[in-house]
Each structure stands twice: as structure tokens, then as C-alpha cells.
Design a protein around this ligand. Structure first.
Ligand code: SIN
Length: 304
């Protein structure tokens, strides 16, 4: 008698959890779930973070993918300054001046939103990494939420390493070498009714379906429902079927996820390559305000 190979997810998470995690000396890190997410305390991001602390924060992100710092009083300049510690440049989002950002002060290096009773959409209300349609996609995002609803408004995160590692070996072999198109029109026109400026189009890029992380050397699944339109090497029907299964695989695997609960003034920092997230809009008509800065590393494109 043979069995389905449904134990792959258990062995993947067991391997993830058996990684060596050295103790931290300058920060306190409390994990939020086995797969993804941690809370960091003992740091005031409004002040200068020492090199030793920053190195441990960077390691905590590699190990946990999304980390939250509570009660951070951050002005825009302090927020940007901390973001620049991750190297690279600050990202300029196509929608920084759009309807999404209405009610906020325009700054091309911020994507800000004020979701409330008049809102018809909010940022990130669907599974995605930020702006995977760029040729050099955002590497790290830093979101400061200053107003939270009385209940709800969590951000769910999924670990894309585990999404890849839990696939069967023949399916991994099939995906290896495939590339997919990620299109901003799919993410933004469909979700927010946004249109590019006259004579321009939103960015679209071709990326490997399985990407090797430049910091960890580990492979992760890199397709998402918000931006990925099709796999280049397959027929439309094949691509639709494979993508539907891969999207479902990321979104339905609760053991690979966590929900991060916000308190006003928290700063959440995530590895935007090896995760997907979903801002859960379950608080309408209450308000939730977010200000996001993101980091792009010039020349760093996803590679297999
Ligand atoms: C986003 O950056 O996609 C939104 C995340 C959130 O509001 O929690």
C-alpha cells in the first residue's frame, strides 16, 4: 500500500526549525510562530542603532523573515535613516501619489495610506510581496502603523522558503528553470483601479519561479497572485493550472504562516523576497494608517 506524500510540509518545517539559532546579545527576539515572525525589544529606532545591534537585527530578519518593534516614535527622517541601514536605495512607489495615498503628505520615498470609512480599497489586501513587477524588486520593507482599529487589522505572513521546500522533488525539478511574468497592471489596475501616467505603463518583469536568496543561499518560491500573470515556458492552460496550485499552496498552508498583530507605533520590517503578506481588512469602517519605506539594492535581480 502506498501513501500520498503529504508529509512534505512537516519535514520542511522540522528542517526550518532545526537550524542553529545563536542567542542574541544586544536585542531580545521572541518568535511568534515556528515558520515566520518575531518581536524584537530592547531597541529605540528613533535613536542611533549601534552596528552590533543592527547586525543582530539583520540576523533576526534572516532567521524570522518579519520582525516587529513596538512603541517606536519615528518621524519620516528617522524611518528613512533606519531603512538606509539595510544598504541600497529607497524605493519610489508608482502609487505614492495615487488615490491609495489620499489624505497623506506626498513624499516619493513613502507609500502611505489612511484607510477609513471612505476607503474602497487598502494597501496589500491580498497575498503578495511588494512590487514583484520591478526588475529589481524591493528587498526589505519597513512599515510603521500609527493608527490601529479597535480590533483586527493584522498582517498575515507566509514563508516562501517553506512553500518551496515542502514541494515534492519531481515538482521542484519541473519548476526549476521556469520563469514567470510579474505585471504591475495586474496588481494595481485590477486592485486599485490605478492607471499609469499618460504614455507610460506599469513595470512588468520576468523572474525565475524558484529564486535563490542572495543572503542565505536558500531557494524560495517566487510567484504570487497579485502580480504574477503567467509562466513563460508553458501554454496558457498549463500556466493557469500550475500557478493556481502554487498560489493556493502559499495561501492555504497555515503552518507556514503567522498573523502579526499591530499596536499603534509599531514598525514591522520584512524580507520582501522570501515572504508574501496579506493585510487583513477586517476592520471596516474603522481606521488604520500605514507609512511604508522600502529598500531596493541596485543591480540585485532575482536569480535561480
Ligand atoms: C503592504 O505593505 O502591502 C500593506 C501591509 C499592511 O498594511 O499591513
Amino acid at each position: 500500500m502506498s501513501f500520498y506524500r503529504d508529509f512534505n510540509d512537516k519535514t520542511a518545517i522540522a528542517t526550518w526549525n532545526s537550524q542553529e539559532r545563536k542567542p542574541y546579545e544586544t536585542i531580545t527576539v521572541t518568535r511568534l510562530s515556528p515558520a515566520v515572525g518575531a518581536e524584537i525589544s530592547g531597541v529605540d529606532l528613533g535613536k542611533d542603532v549601534s552596528d552590533a545591534q543592527f547586525a543582530e537585527i539583520r540576523r533576526a530578519i534572516d532567521e524570522n523573515l518579519a520582525v516587529i518593534f513596538r512603541d517606536q516614535k519615528l518621524g519620516r527622517e528617522q524611518h528613512k535613516r533606519f531603512a538606509l541601514r539595510f544598504g541600497g536605495n529607497l524605493h519610489r512607489h508608482e502609487l505614492a501619489a495615487s488615490k491609495l495615498a489620499e489624505g497623506t503628505t506626498y513624499d516619493p520615498e513613502f507609500l502611505s495610506w489612511r484607510t477609513g470609512p471612505e476607503s474602497r480599497f487598502t494597501a496589500g489586501d491580498g497575498w503578495h510581496p511588494d512590487v514583484s513587477c520591478d526588475p529589481e524588486p524591493i528587498f526589505v520593507s519597513l512599515l510603521h502603523v500609527t493608527k490601529t482599529p479597535p480590533l483586527g487589522g493584522d498582517t498575515a505572513f507566509a514563508n516562501s522558503y517553506l512553500a518551496y521546500e515542502s514541494l515534492s522533488e519531481p515538482f521542484k525539478a519541473f519548476l526549476s528553470g521556469l520563469t514567470a511574468i510579474h505585471d504591475g497592471a495586474e496588481g494595481w489596475s485590477a486592485s486599485y483601479g490605478a492607471q499609469p501616467e499618460d504614455g507610460k505603463s506599469f513595470p512588468a518583469s520576468e523572474h525565475p519561479v524558484v529564486v535563490t536568496h542572495p543572503r542565505t543561499g536558500r531557494k524560495f518560491l517566487y510567484v504570487n497572485r497579485s502580480f504574477t500573470t503567467h509562466i513563460v515556458q508553458l501554454t496558457r492552460k498549463e500556466s493557469d493550472a500550475v500557478l493556481a496550485e502554487l498560489f493556493r499552496h502559499v495561501e492555504a498552508q497555515l503552518p507556514f504562516q503567522t498573523r502579526i498583530h499591530w499596536t499603534p507605533g509599531s514598525l514591522l520590517v520584512w524580507d520582501n523576497w522570501a515572504t508574501q503578506h496579506h493585510a487583513v481588512w477586517d476592520y471596516y469602517p474603522h481606521e488604520r494608517w500605514g507609512d511604508r519605506v522600502s529598500v531596493v539594492v541596485p543591480g540585485q535581480r532575482p536569480t535561480a
